[in-house]
Design a binder for this molecule. Structure first.
Ligand SMILES: C[S@@+](CC[C@H](N)C(=O)[O-])C[C@H]1O[C@@H](n2cnc3c(N)ncnc32)[C@H](O)[C@@H]1O
Length: 267
């Protein structure tokens, strides 16, 4: 979109988008991201499996939504492009689907062109904005999406970077308030419920490096969907949500995946 600020990449501290890229085997990360990624792996060697399981949830949920008739997608916390990206899944089912990607990290902005490659003009856009500023997100989104028609809002592996002090639950409520009934909310989120000690150590290490990690319990996760109708099977560990819609991730059954995923409909 127009008016993009100049891209400045801070390589002095780890960034969630770049660490995630490193877990997924990408090349768009820096030594500081790899160093912190290795510390996370020392605490729990399954972190790369978790990243892949999360990515696979995005693909299956997008497929489910597109097959259910959703034609507009707003994906906040998009991350560095990793094929297939959300628009490729949605537009494979429905070529007329419109997708707005949004992230606040300058490295994602730097890769926005790759994210949009191969998509018909005007059907996929990238917006540089922070989820903590829902008015700015919605102002950008409405340039591409018709907000009088249903939209799937996806916040995938995003909200654990948004603290309670920043009002994570209220932000979701405000974003969903802008969307009409028939819209959907899609969330995955890391939790300390299954691995409390490792999770506590990870949270402290990240905090010391300037990264917020707000792990939430099943109950706190479920509260994001208050007032909406959960799609079957409700709140699940991500790889058990409609597994029939994609391929299993190697290693996903070898141990606990400490996260939750769910999709809900605004009635
Ligand atoms: C772990 S990645 C998830 C990427 C993608 N959604 C996925 O699941 O494959 C988290 C993303 O959220 C972005 N992010 C973190 N805080 C954000 C904020 N306040 N506003 C917008 N994006 C944010 C990060 O830059 C990063 O790209």
């Amino acid at each position: 979109m127009s008016g993009r600020p100049p891209v400045e990449i801070d390589t002095s501290k780890p960034h969630p988008a770049r660490m995630y890229d490193w877990y997924l085997g990408g090349k768009d990360n820096y030594p500081v991201d790899e160093a912190m990624g290795r510390q996370m792996l020392a605490l729990d060697p399954r972190v790369p499996v978790m990243a892949r399981v999360n990515r696979a949830f995005m693909q299956r949920s997008t497929r489910w939504l597109a097959r259910s008739g959703v034609r507009q997608f707003l994906d906040i916390g998009t991350g560095i492009p990793t094929e297939p990206n959300l628009h490729q899944i949605a537009q494979e089912v429905a070529p007329d689907a419109r997708v707005v990607y949004c992230d606040n990290d300058p490295i994602v902005l730097a890769h926005a062109a790759a994210l949009l490659r191969g998509t018909p003009e005007g059907r996929t856009e990238y917006l540089q904005a922070d989820v903590r500023d829902p008015d700015a997100v919605m102002e950008g989104a409405r340039k591409v999406l018709d907000l009088s028609r249903p939209v799937a809002l996806s916040l995938i592996a995003l909200l654990h970077f948004v603290s309670d002090q920043d009002g994570a639950h209220d932000l979701v409520r405000r974003l969903m308030a802008e969307l009409p009934s028939g819209s959907y909310l899609v969330v995955t989120h890391a939790t300390a419920d299954f691995t409390p000690e490792e999770s506590k150590a990870a949270t402290e290490k990240l905090k010391a490096a300037g990264v917020t990690l707000a792990l939430r319990s099943r109950e706190e996760f479920t509260r994001f969907f208050d007032g909406f109708e959960l799609v079957e099977p409700g709140v699940e560990v991500p790889h058990r949500w409609h597994p029939e819609l994609g391929e299993p991730v190697p290693g996903q059954e070898d141990g606990i995946i400490p996260g939750y995923g769910a999709v809900a409909r605004k009635v």
